[in-house]
Design a binder for this molecule. Structure first.
Ligand code: 87F
Length: 592
């Protein structure tokens, strides 16, 4: 987390929500309503059609129809409104909430800011874990676990940086009926817990590099509006902490990790990101420098920090006395070697990524899950099953569907067959679309006669295709890869189209208001950024103010690693009040 994020979250002031402001209020209310209605599912939210006679063989099939629609929103209680009832472009906040609830990704609890990650979202987290574990194992990073609680004394050892975060630390003050003698912090991050251990563990240069990672939960008692996945009081993440002999070695790892994070976003979640470095104003105060991935939510034109990888320098090593003897020093007999402080890194990736994925890909029908992280990649829906159909014919069709399933499972495709009785095909289509399954195969007596299956891509509403039954083992995996690629491409084109180069201050706010992030020549100093934040709110003097238009000030998101062009000598900082020379193209934007 960066300094300015910190400032926003500890100020106690509600941050302006850039165009979706009024809806965030709704989200808060809804969370509370949701909490109170959590155990009383509304009967009326069940499907409009009553299931007919249950098919004995298939009755173990989960009835996925009654579900999260039961909770939270008044509208959802009306039987006719089982699907997503508002459009993404009209009300992003309401849309997001419906999509994650009805898509069974997440549930509210009676604690604001703490959520239930249902299997659908947790499975995505598991895909991320397994992808990242494979990568970091190759770097010889070892997984481990440290306690959830941190003593106050330990937390305070690194006073400088903890001070800014103090307002967000949650404390345990009682155990059973007894008041604790010394309160315990619930970990907000594990630097202090891990580095006291590192100082014991690292005795010699032979103990380096030390590379440890934890998959855990952390708590940050935010007072800003919680938003499922994006900003919650408890969240899941991995935090990697490493110690190295040299700055060079540490620096190399920082970038390697950033590449792995980018691969999670781009190759798994099909979400484009921009790699860069934080400015001093925005970097983690405990860091030597912070590298970052910046995402973009097109519907609101706002940036979102996607992951950070910090080089901590020797700052923590000095606080925690993490030293080794200089192995290269020439010493005379009996002479003690100089102590060298180690170089440290820390890097974190959180469940926020799942929310970013939902916001970017979802549409008015619900979730769209990229195939590589979809628990169900293909759903086969038997079609053309009528009440008049003879049992034997139905059985024959189902047997053929089962063969299709088997063929796909043999090539490692994750498949589900929807044999549910009593739900019409339209209902089933909507249901799986809402859950974001990337590919639907329809198979009925007519398809069987033609020897084909009908395909329907979730990412291309309305367009259908055909695959010969004999080819599904080779064609379906190809089609899934195509879906994965085109989801990324679409999102990437959209991000690229909304990253605008701005050279003149006069274009700064209007370009932001057009739902863009911008690349500007900038001096990279902190004071200038503060000034820009103030001057880039919607209500700039002389500028027309639309009450529905974004009003939040812009902050620097990153100094992109890939600069659009060289900064020519003599180029001034974009901020006319600054007057300094520009040193880099800096990406500014309104952000989450
Ligand atoms: C909230 C309360 C207390 C962020 C906090 O980015 C302390 C902190 O140290 C805190 N919020 N941070 C910064 C976390 C830095 C760093 N830790 C490891 C990461 C990645 C993983």
């Amino acid at each position: 987390m960066s300094t300015s994020e910190k400032r926003q979250s500890t100020s106690g002031k509600r941050m302006s929500q850039s165009g979706i402001e009024p809806k965030m209020e709704t989200m808060k209310l809804t969370e509370e309503q949701a909490a109170s209605s959590n155990n009383t599912p509304a009967e009326s939210a069940k499907p409009t059609e009553k299931p007919k006679k249950q098919d004995k063989e298939r009755k173990d099939q989960k009835s996925t129809a009654k579900s999260s629609q039961q909770q939270s929103k008044k509208k959802a209680e009306e039987p006719a409104l089982i699907g997503i009832t508002c459009s993404k472009s009209e009300d992003l906040s309401e849309w997001y909430q419906q999509v994650i609830l009805k898509g069974e990704m997440l549930e509210f609890t009676d604690i604001p800011g703490c959520y239930i990650y249902q299997p659908a979202s947790y499975r995505i987290w598991e895909f991320i874990q397994s992808f990242f574990n494979d990568r970091i194992r190759k770097m010889k990073v070892k997984n481990c676990y440290f306690p959830l609680f941190i003593t106050e004394a330990n937390l305070q050892r690194e006073k400088d940086h903890i001070e800014g975060f103090a307002a967000e630390v949650a404390w345990v003050t009682e155990g059973g009926k007894n008041k604790l003698e010394k309160r315990l912090a619930v970990r907000p991050t594990s630097e202090t817990a891990m580095y006291s251990f590192y100082s014991k563990k690292i005795r010699s240069h032979r103990d380096l590099p030390l590379k440890m990672n934890q998959w855990n939960n952390v708590v940050r008692w935010e007072f800003k509006h919680p938003m499922p996945f994006l900003r919650s009081r408890e969240f899941l993440w991995q935090e990697g902490h490493t110690a190295h002999m040299t700055e060079e070695e540490a620096g190399k790892e920082v970038l390697e990790i950033l590449d792995h994070y980018a691969a999670i976003y781009e190759d798994l979640l099909a979400v484009p990101v921009v790699k860069g470095k934080k400015t001093i104003a925005e970097q983690f105060p405990g860091a030597h420098y912070t590298t970052t991935l910046e995402g973009f939510i097109p519907s609101v034109g706002r940036g979102i920090q996607a992951a950070t990888s910090h080089c901590l320098g020797q700052h923590f090593a000095k606080m925690f006395d993490i030293t080794v003897e200089d192995p290269n020093q020439q010493v005379k007999d009996g002479q003690a070697r100089d102590k060298l402080h180690v170089w440290q890194n820390s890097w974190g990736f959180t469940t926020r990524s799942i929310g970013v994925m939902v916001l970017i890909h979802g549409d008015d029908k619900g979730l769209i899950i990229p195939p590589r992280v979809a628990e169900v990649q293909v759903v086969i829906v038997p079609v053309g099953v009528t009440a008049k159909m003879a049992d034997a014919d139905k059985q024959k069709l189902y047997d053929e569907v089962d063969k299709l399933r088997q063929t796909l499972e043999d090539v490692d495709i994750r498949v589900e067959c929807d044999y549910r009785e009593g739900y019409n095909v339209g209902y089933k289509f909507n249901d799986w679309e809402m859950k974001g399954v990337p590919l639907r195969l329809e198979f009925g007596p007519k398809d069987a006669a033609k020897g084909i299956v009908t395909t329907s891509r979730r990412d291309q509403s309305g367009s259908k295709g055909e695959i010969p039954v004999s080819d599904i083992g080779s064609e379906v995996p190809k089609l899934l890869e195509e879906i994965q690629k085109s989801m990324y491409q679409k999102a990437s084109d959209e991000y690229a189209a909304h990253r605008k180069i701005v050279r003149d201050w006069a274009d700064f706010v209007p370009t932001l208001n057009d739902k863009n992030v911008i690349l500007v020549p900038h001096c990279t100093t902190e004071d200038c950024e503060d000034q820009i934040k103030k001057d880039s709110t919607g209500n700039v003097e002389g500028q027309e103010v639309d009450v529905r238009a974004p009003s939040m000030g812009a902050k620097s998101l990153c100094i992109p690693a890939e600069q659009p062009e060289e900064i020519k000598e003599g180029t001034k900082c974009v901020n006319p009040k600054c007057g300094k020379e520009a040193v880099k193209w800096v990406m500014f934007g309104r952000s989450y």
